[in-house]
Design a protein around this ligand. Structure first.
Ligand code: CDP
Ligand code: CDP
Length: 208
């Protein structure tokens, strides 16, 4: 079984995908971490994100075992991720890795922006997780402040809108629900309720 979970920033897709991975004993890949790590590596190498060829070289050389989890979770890494993710050569460089993970024997669960549309158009279950902009910005703001970042809620709201816009408007693999995805709006759902809804959607698909 391949499960694709997509959605915008702090919609709850990662929380849901991890819970489904445990529930259905599937290996899980957070594909956003690949773009975040590429963004940070571009920054560290002093490369201009407008230099698309240099960014693609960095993506091709990405060492996924060496990703610094704390560093890629910053607001800066999120913004850089979205910038490098709009470069088609970068997306191409990260495609095979994601596809190989998805098609391993026994299945897998992946979350991101284009899993149901581009990486796994053949997924058995597709979820598109959403929540309203203010709710998402507030969730991410709490996370970043708890990690010691200095950022105001207004700045987080502006970053959320900017990232949503860039991810949805890029030409290559824009963020959008697949035609056959089930939408799950978590705006007024607790984590437990959101996970329960997601489990029910997967079980319904399994029976069908
Ligand atoms: O957790 P959050 O939703 O903030 O972001 P993420 O999933 O870690 O992804 C960071 C950025 O990587 C996104 O804003 C996208 O620009 C990009 N991304 C993508 O283009 N395609 C994916 N499959 C996953 C992430
Ligand atoms: O992966 P994505 O960026 O879509 O979001 P996440 O990392 O799963 O969730 C972002 C934050 O929202 C986390 O702190 C979650 O605990 C929280 N969350 C929530 O408050 N209510 C939900 N229904 C889902 C997530």
């Amino acid at each position: 079984m391949i499960i694709a979970v997509d959605g915008p920033l702090a919609s709850g897709k990662g929380t849901i995908a991890r819970a489904l991975a445990t529930r259905f004993s599937l290996p899980y890949l957070d594909t956003g971490s690949l773009y975040r790590a590429t963004g940070i590596a571009v920054l560290d190498a002093g490369i201009d994100p407008a230099d698309t060829a240099a960014c693609a070289t960095i993506a091709r050389a990405l060492d996924i075992g060496g990703i610094d989890e704390a560093r890629i979770r910053t607001a800066e890494a999120g913004a850089m991720a979205s910038r490098v993710a709009s470069i088609p050569e970068v997306r191409k460089a990260l495609f095979d890795l994601q596809r190989a993970f998805a098609t391993q024997p026994g299945g897998a669960i992946l979350d991101g922006r284009d899993i149901g549309t581009v990486i796994c158009p053949d997924a058995d279950v597709k979820l598109y997780v959403t929540a309203d902009t203010e709710t998402r910005a507030t969730r991410r703001w709490h996370e970043l402040v708890a990690r010691g970042e200095t950022i105001t809620l207004d700045e987080m709201l502006a970053q959320t809108r900017e990232r949503d816009r860039r991810d949805a408007e890029r030409d290559d693999a824009p963020m959008r629900p697949a035609d056959d995805a089930t939408l799950l709006d978590t705006s007024s759902l607790s984590i437990d309720a959101a996970v329960a809804d997601a489990v029910a959607i997967v079980e319904k698909r399994q029976k069908a």
